[in-house]
Design a binder for this molecule. Structure first.
Ligand code: SF4
Length: 702
């Protein structure tokens, strides 16, 4: 499945969910690969951010894994592929025999392609378990849950191009596109703003999005800097203002929604003044923002992980849906509720069924009809009970879960309370990790398989606005590495005999589209260079730039409104831990840093972690700007440089998860949203110690 060409190859940036097209020219020697703009790329028309421009830097990095590794007496030794496969099959069979199929867990990856995640979830289900998940659990599981149950599909309701052309107001809550989706911000949002659109940003942290629209300096745009974990009361102030002023779209509510009375009842005795105080935002500012949103011709909500990563994440997003439905801002160009997805294939990884409760195309595993239609193609019985999510799998390691198969994921860094994750992984009887680098997680594996990188293999990825695009191999594979797809194919064939032997990624895609209704009309030829938005039910469908024009994709076609009430974070400040810790990502780094910390260009910008501390807190603690401090929570501690800034409110500290020894996830709380099982990364109680020697504060250490 490898390919080699001296001409530049058109492919997709391996970093964020915007899905920018790039060209890459292969070199004569490893390390000679060159980035080239792809001038007429459908999403970005040649523009890229710093990550896209530096994407080639890590492909030939000296740390690449090149041989299979087996652990013996606590040490890794090089092994042959045959030895590795034999051990994997032997151990997976033993675990199933001794403990049953639900004793295995499978982690897919949003950094890998649709075909690979499709095959991984098929492997899990053929093994006999629905214990398969991917890192969407950590970013937008709650968003997907709320959108799927209240509107129909767990994805952006509108597309970026449509929003740029039609939206008058962008309501951006808990998202920082200026930093995390730079091309969406600079190309689409910026253009709309130049043509008169208004930005209302709701976020506890002033960031590059705030600065990119000069929000603080204009009357037009607004930044509502709320306290972490007060999104529901803030939106309830907005909703009550909409109700009080008669800004409800009565016709839309009557014809296309259900549950409006529940919202009215929820807000009947709601005290706007008390709620605004709880949010830490002046009431008149929230009321003005409500007016701007409700009176716009077309207003679009963008929602990010500041909303989803809470124990009340589903309710947070439901309240955004309530606002959009109550004001009729859905089913038209320039409107909707739009999650900005993190990784370049996080949308696709969910679409193809790498989740414990759904099969490809979001068909529920406990829906008999849906399950049977997939079983007809696959030729085996699928377990009918939803499986465990990835955080639940990690928590159950050593108890009900005894084996783990990890493809391209790094839960030690990406899951909350990383110290606990490490303890649990130690308890596993057997673990496989396939990756391109020795990650913090792979160190706990019994077998490490060297996979190929994005630049060496082909397949498809699905971006944040549901555009399915092809990635193409740029250079030949490294030494003794193998494609994720080939590894899964071999393991599946050795375990089960049939159903896993595919000639190439296109053959896998052909099977995928048989079981995934929204991809059914696609083929590699149809995708071409432009890609296709889903839903694409039949060949010839061009996909929808916006959803729900006539009706919602729910059982009765109505959008579901449901009033929600404030639920404070599960851990709030107290005497011992008096600060609120919140977290987010940086423009130059990418999630667990496995790739970006190895990129000289990206790492130069931020070689180590830091914590934002408000000047009043700095004075109280006696912290100098740039001084090393110890930041701790009930779960762990990290040593980081303090940045004294009023980007954050007094009493709140803000840091990032990218740096191994000083990751925010040594501190974050692993309490989960009850329904979506997403952890509460965005609010925990913390304390700062000063007087720390700056010897080891978690620089890029691997
Ligand atoms: Fe890559 Fe995202 Fe930057 Fe585009 S915006 S170049 S997809 S990281």
């Amino acid at each position: 499945m490898s390919g080699e060409s001296k001409d530049p190859v058109k492919t997709i940036c391996p970093y964020c969910g915007v899905g920018c097209g790039i060209q890459v020219a292969p070199g004569e020697e490893p390390g000679d690969m060159q980035f080239r703009p792809w001038a007429d790329a459908p999403v970005n028309e040649g523009r890229v951010c710093i990550k896209g421009g530096a994407a080639t830097e890590v492909v030939d990095h000296e740390d690449r894994l090149t041989e299979p590794l087996l652990k013996e007496d606590g040490e890794f030794r090089e092994a042959t592929w045959e030895e590795a496969y034999e051990l994997i099959v032997e151990e997976m069979e033993r675990i199933r025999e001794e403990h049953g199929p639900d004793a295995m867990g499978f982690f897919g990856s949003s950094k890998t392609m649709n075909e690979e995640n499709y095959l991984l979830q098929k492997l899990a289900r053929r093994y006999g378990t629905n214990n398969v998940d991917n890192c969407t659990r950590m970013c937008h599981a709650s968003t997907v849950w709320a959108l799927r149950t209240s509107l129909g599909a767990g994805a952006m309701t509108n597309s970026m191009a449509d929003l740029e052309q039609a939206a008058d107001v962008f309501w951006i809550q808990g998202a920082n596109p200026g930093e995390q989706h730079p091309i969406a911000n600079s190309q689409y949002f910026r253009q709309a703003v130049l043509e008169g659109a208004t930005v209302i940003q709701v976020d506890p942290h002033a960031n590059k999005t705030t600065r990119s629209f000069e929000i603080e300096d204009t009357d037009r745009h607004m930044h509502l800097q709320l306290n972490p974990g007060t999104d529901i009361p803030l939106l309830n102030v907005v909703l009550k203002t909409v109700l009080e002023n008669g800004w409800v779209d009565e016709e839309f509510v009557a014809e296309r929604t259900e549950g409006f009375e529940h919202l009215e009842a929820t807000l009947e005795d709601f005290d706007k003044e008390a709620a605004a105080e709880e949010c830490g935002v002046p009431l008149e500012d929230i009321e003005l923002a409500a007016r701007k949103y409700a009176k716009a011709n077309n207003a679009a909500i963008f929602t990010g992980m500041g909303m989803s990563q809470h124990a009340c994440g589903v309710d947070n997003v439901q309240n955004e849906i309530n606002l959009a439905l109550a004001t009729g801002n859905l089913g038209r160009p320039g409107t909707g509720v739009n999650p900005l997805r993190g990784q370049n294939n996080v949308q696709g990884t969910c679409d193809v069924g790498a989740m414990p409760n759904v099969l490809p195309g979001y068909q529920l595993v406990d829906d008999d009809e849906a399950r049977e239609s997939v079983e007809e193609v696959w030729g085996f019985e699928i377990p009918d009970e939803p499986g465990l999510t990835n955080v639940e799998i990690s928590h159950a390691a050593g108890d009900s879960v005894h084996g783990l198969y990890v493809m391209g994921e790094n839960p030690v860094m990406s899951e909350p309370d990383g110290n606990r994750v490490e303890e649990r992984l130690e308890e596993l009887e057997f673990m496989v990790a396939q990756d391109i680098f020795m990650t913090e997680t792979a160190k706990y594996a019994d077998v490490v398989l060297p996979a190929t990188s994005w630049a060496e293999r082909g397949g498809t990825v699905t971006n944040t606005d549901r555009r399915v695009q092809r990635m193409r191999p740029v250079q030949k594979v490294h030494d003794n590495t193998k494609h994720d797809l080939d590894i899964l194919s071999e393991v599946g064939t050795r375990l089960f005999g049939e159903g896993f032997d595919f000639e190439d990624p296109e053959a896998v895609f052909e099977e995928l589209r048989q079981v995934c209704p929204s991809y059914h009309g696609m083929s590699y030829d149809v995708l071409g260079e432009e890609g296709v938005h889903w839903p694409c039910y039949e060949p010839g469908d061009e996909g929808d730039p916006f959803l729900y024009e006539e009706s919602f994709d729910t059982e009765n076609g109505l959008g579901k409104i449901e009033g929600v009430t404030h639920q404070p974070p599960k851990e709030v400040p107290d005497e011992e831990y008096p600060l609120v810790l919140t977290t987010a990502r940086l423009e130059e780094h990418y999630n667990t840093g496995t790739m970006s910390r190895r990129s000289p260009t990206l790492n130069r910008q931020h070689p180590e972690n830091f914590v934002d501390v408000h000047p009043a807190d700095a004075e109280r603690y006696g912290i100098e700007d740039g001084e090393t401090v110890r930041l701790r929570s009930r779960r762990g501690e990290i040593e980081v440089r303090a940045e004294v800034t009023d980007d954050i409110k007094e009493g709140v500290v803000w840091t990032t998860p990218h740096f191994a020894a000083a990751s925010a996830n040594r501190l974050t709380n692993d309490v989960l949203d009850e329904r979506a099982k997403i952890p509460e990364y965005k609010a925990a109680a913390a304390e700062i110690d000063v007087g720390i020697e700056p010897a080891d504060r978690g620089a890029a250490d691997d």
